[in-house]
Structure formats: structure tokens, C-alpha cells
Design a protein around this ligand. Structure first.
Ligand code: FAD
Length: 472
């Protein structure tokens, strides 16, 4: 098929409502949310079923056109943005948005890839169950995108990443065949675990169309604490202590340095200075319990009181509005940072004991390289994951600062590599970081990635140029 015959063929097979070519309607699909990546495309295809996804892939293959899968387009690395050439198509999963089944006894739910994460959480809650994946974009991101990026969020400490929440997947392969791997099995050692190839592959190996997700007993009790601390070392001591004192109840453990807290206080709605005294570091933590009777605020108060000076000050909240008030500080940080000018982002992880060394070395290195730069570390420290964001020095030209993105990435990622960490902890690689894959992953790892890509997508039709660095 000639490339120009593709759009009419798609419209004929899937119906005209499934194909967008109008410039104004294309616009929201073309720009990545942070505004870092803008692309062009031939069309956006919106199939409404797995069979229509498969048909679309077969037609694109026949026309020699490559496909960019897209969910909620909330990704941070440009994985869902097409290239600048205008020849690719975006395949949006937004019309595959049915919850196919909920099984409260088996604690599973089958969702199509285009379901919004918040709708999956709601469907689980209606069956008195919990789907624990949760974070700020849950009203926009879609479950297929969550699996394709192996999303993390607030509850990884207790429930794991997206990968840990999946029992089976349904995938359309690069040749248009459908792999029905929708098995609700907790035990299946009957060969390679193929689903794990597609989870975290950012749409480079196949298009996820549905998944069997794991559900959990719904928490009946919640408590939140905000703690003021002297430093990252005592943060880790607090984490160990609370894990010992609260058993498996600890579900979120977030760190914030004083500077991002100040940004939130300055620019965030509903943010108030939490303690009389300012502390260099803060931890925000959640404990939850599904037991009928539990006294989580009492448990937290007792543990923090016994923390022998580790917690320099703390507040415990049990009521939903009080807990939300404490979380307002953490949730306001990403938005507040925008009011402070341009920022260069790092989404890193290191083994937990290396967190203090990473923060000390990375802060010293960036301040030495650019006096006046303002590091704003915060993030899921319970998972070893820090968003080591840098705000520009006040008064510096924003474009000049952003022009040094790669230079600062290299500086910070080299320290991460020396500490045996990852330069892409939860947001993935997309088109932002393939060069770092080439620079920092071992030749053996890179070869394995290329071989898998070549085996599953020999024509390089699925999200070319993303994740896997070019090679022989
Ligand atoms: P998209 O952005 O549409 O796509 C992401 C990647 O997945 C692309 O490479 C795309 O090609 C591929 N893809 C999408 N759907 C499919 C599919 N069905 N099959 C195959 N490939 C597919 N992420 C976290 O991990 N933790 C956080 O705490 C977090 N916080 C965030 C907060 C905000 C305010 C925002 C805007 C984003 C945040 N993110 C976070 C990043 C983002 O929400 C996640 O990466 C999310 O999983 C992306 O889902 P999506 O549906 O928007 O996917």
C-alpha cells in the first residue's frame, strides 16, 4: 500500500470518527504535557477494540508507516510524542475504556488500556477493593500508559510498581497478531514471563490493549504524619524505625528538602508553614490498615514519640481534610517550581543506604558547576527515588539555563552510576534519555535490549527512536 493510501483505508475500515487529521483536533495529541516535545503526524487513529488496534497495526505495516502508541499523554519523557517528520501515526487507546470484569473473590480486575487510572481505582472501590497505583496525574493517565511506563507513584513502598500489580496482559504485536495473555494466575511458571517484556517497554515492543490487574483489601483506616528532620541520614533511620513499629502499614514515605517546601508555601494553594521552627528536611508519610479495628494515629504518635530525637517535630492527622492539608505541601511542589523559573529535572534512584551520599555529592557538584543554582530534591525516598530538580539561579536567562540540561544530567547521572543507581527511576526513557542508555548501560545490557527489539519488531515500526539507543 502507498503511504498516502493509509488514512483513507483506516477511515474506511474503522469509521471516520476513528481517524483525526484536522489540525486543531490533532494539537492536544502532538504536544507532550511538559512542553518539551512537539511532533507532527499524519493522523491520530482511535480504534475502539482490540481487533481494531490489530487491524490498524496491519494496515500501517502494509503502508510502511510507524506507530506511536498514546494513552493519557502525561508521560514526562516524550515517549508518546511523534517525531518532527510528520509521517508517523499516533495510535490513541482512549476509546478502549471498558472495565471488562471485576472479581472480588480472586481480587482481580480486567481493564482495557484506555481506562483512566482514577476510573480503575473507582471500579475497585465499588467492589470494596483497592487498586493501589496512585499519583497526581491519576485523573488523566491511562492504565495502558501506566503499564507501558511501569509507573510508580505514592504507594510503591507497600504495593510495588505497576509491574507488580499485573497478572496478565493482552497485546497487539508489531505484525498485527493479538497475544491473549489475560490470565488471572498468581502462579504460572510455564515458560518465559512474556508480559514483563511489554510492561515498561514504552510502546516499543507491542501495544497493550488490556490487562488483568491485582486488587487488595481496601484500607479502612488511614493516618498521615509530617515530620521535621535534620538530614537525609535521620530520614533513613526514621524509615527503618517506622517499618519496625508499624509492620506492613507504611504505604507512603516522601522526602522534601526545605527549598521545595518554601516554593510550595510561596506559590501553592492551601499550603501553610507546618511547624513553628523551620527544618532542613521533611518527611510526609501515610499508614493504612484494612483491619476492622486499628488505632493508626495512636500507633504513629507512639512510634514518633519513641524516635529518640530522630523526628525533631511532627504532626499526625487522621481526618481526611487534615491529611489532605498535610499532603497539599507535597502535591504543590511540581507546580510551585514552575513559578521559580526554568528547571532541569532528574528522576533518579539509588540503593537506600546511598541516599545521603547521593544528595550531598550531587548538591555540591551542581552548586560548584553553577553558583546560584537551586537544587530542589523531593520524592519517593522510601523507594530510593529522588526527583533531584534544579531551579535556575534567580535572574539567569531561562533558555541559557535550559541549554545546559544535558550537561547537568551527565553530572548528576555520573554520580548515580557510581552509586549503582538508575538515571530513570520511574518516568522512563522515551526520547529524552536514549543517549543516557547508550552512555551508562553496559554493552551487554544494550545488546540484550536491541536483540529483544529486533525479535519483536524487526521492521522498527513501534515507537522507533524511543528507549533503545541506535546500534549495529
Ligand atoms: P502516555 O504519556 O500516553 O505514554 C507513555 C509511554 O507509554 C509512551 O512511550 C507511549 O508510547 C506508551 N504507551 C501508552 N499507552 C500504551 C499502550 N497501551 N501500549 C503500549 N505503549 C503505550 N509517573 C510515575 O511513575 N510516578 C509519578 O508519581 C508520576 N507523577 C506524575 C505527576 C504528574 C502531574 C504528571 C503529569 C505525570 C506524572 N508521572 C508520574 C508520569 C506519567 O503520568 C506516567 O508516566 C504515566 O504512566 C503515563 O501514562 P499515560 O497514559 O499518560 O501514557
Amino acid at each position: 500500500m502507498e503511504p498516502d493510501a493509509l488514512v483513507p483505508a483506516l477511515a474506511q475500515r474503522l469509521g471516520p470518527e476513528a481517524v483525526i487529521t484536522d489540525e486543531a483536533r490533532l494539537a492536544p495529541y502532538l504536544e507532550e504535557r511538559r512542553g518539551l516535545f512537539h511532533g507532527r503526524c499524519r493522523a491520530v487513529i482511535r480504534p475502539a477494540s482490540t481487533e481494531e488496534v490489530a487491524e490498524s497495526v496491519r494496515l500501517c505495516a502494509a503502508a510502511g508507516i510507524s506507530i506511536v502508541p498514546q494513552g493519557g499523554n502525561t508521560g514526562h519523557c516524550g515517549g508518546a510524542a511523534p517525531d518532527a517528520g510528520g509521517g508517523q501515526v499516533i495510535l490513541s487507546l482512549e476509546r478502549l475504556d471498558r472495565i471488562r470484569a471485576v472479581d472480588p473473590v480472586g481480587h482481580t480486575l480486567v481493564a482495557e488500556a484506555g481506562c483512566i487510572l482514577a476510573d480503575v481505582q473507582r471500579a475497585a472501590a465499588e467492589s470494596d477493593r483497592l487498586f493501589p497505583l496512585s499519583y497526581a496525574a491519576e485523573g488523566q493517565c491511562r492504565i495502558g500508559g501506566n503499564l507501558a511506563t511501569n509507573a510508580g507513584g505514592m504507594n510503591v513502598l507497600r504495593y510495588g510498581n505497576a509491574r507488580d500489580l499485573v497478572l496478565g496482559v493482552e497485546v497487539v504485536l508489531a505484525d498485527g497478531r493479538i497475544w491473549d495473555g489475560l490470565r488471572a494466575l498468581r502462579k504460572d511458571n510455564s515458560g518465559y514471563d512474556l508480559k514483563d517484556l511489554f510492561i515498561g517497554a514504552e510502546g516499543t515492543l507491542g501495544i497493550i490493549t488490556a490487562a488483568v490487574l491485582r486488587l487488595f483489601p481496601r484500607p479502612r483506616h488511614h493516618a498521615t504524619a509530617l515530620v521535621g528532620l535534620d538530614g537525609p541520614e535521620t530520614t533513613l533511620e526514621l524509615l527503618a524505625l517506622l517499618r519496625a513499629e508499624t509492620g506492613d502499614a507504611l504505604s507512603a514515605f516522601e522526602i522534601m528538602a526545605r527549598r521545595p517546601v518554601e516554593f510550595a508555601l510561596r506559590h501553592g494553594a492551601g499550603c501553610v508553614e507546618p511547624f513553628e521552627q523551620q527544618w532542613p528536611w521533611y518527611v510526609l508519610l501515610d499508614v493504612t490498615s484494612s483491619r476492622r479495628r486499628d488505632d493508626l494515629p495512636g500507633l504513629l504518635e507512639a512510634a514518633l514519640a519513641r524516635s529518640a530525637g530522630i523526628a525533631r517535630d511532627y504532626r499526625v492527622a487522621a481526618e481526611a481534610t487534615d491529611r489532605e492539608r498535610l499532603w497539599a505541601l507535597r502535591n504543590a511542589i511540581p507546580g510551585a517550581q514552575k513559578h521559580e523559573g526554568a528547571s532541569i529535572k532528574h528522576d533518579i534512584s539509588v540503593p537506600l543506604p546511598a541516599i545521603p551520599e547521593f544528595l550531598a555529592r550531587a548538591t555540591a557538584a551542581v552548586e560548584r558547576r553553577l553558583p546560584g543554582v537551586r537544587p530542589c530534591p523531593f520524592g519517593h525516598v522510601g523507594d530510593g527515588n529522588i526527583h533531584f530538580n534544579l531551579s535556575q539561579p534567580p535572574g539567569m536567562d531561562a533558555d541559557e539555563f535550559l541549554g545546559r540540561w544535558d550537561e547537568f544530567n551527565r553530572l548528576v547521572h555520573d554520580i548515580v552510576a557510581e552509586l549503582d543507581g538508575s538515571f530513570a527511576a520511574e518516568h522512563g526513557v522515551g526520547q529524552l534519555k536514549p543517549a543516557e542508555v547508550a552512555r551508562l548501560k553496559s554493552p551487554v545490557e544494550q545488546d540484550l535490549m536491541r536483540w529483544i527489539k529486533r525479535a519483536l519488531d524487526p521492521e522498527d515500526r513501534l515507537n522507533p527512536g524511543k528507549v533503545v539507543p541506535p546500534g549495529d
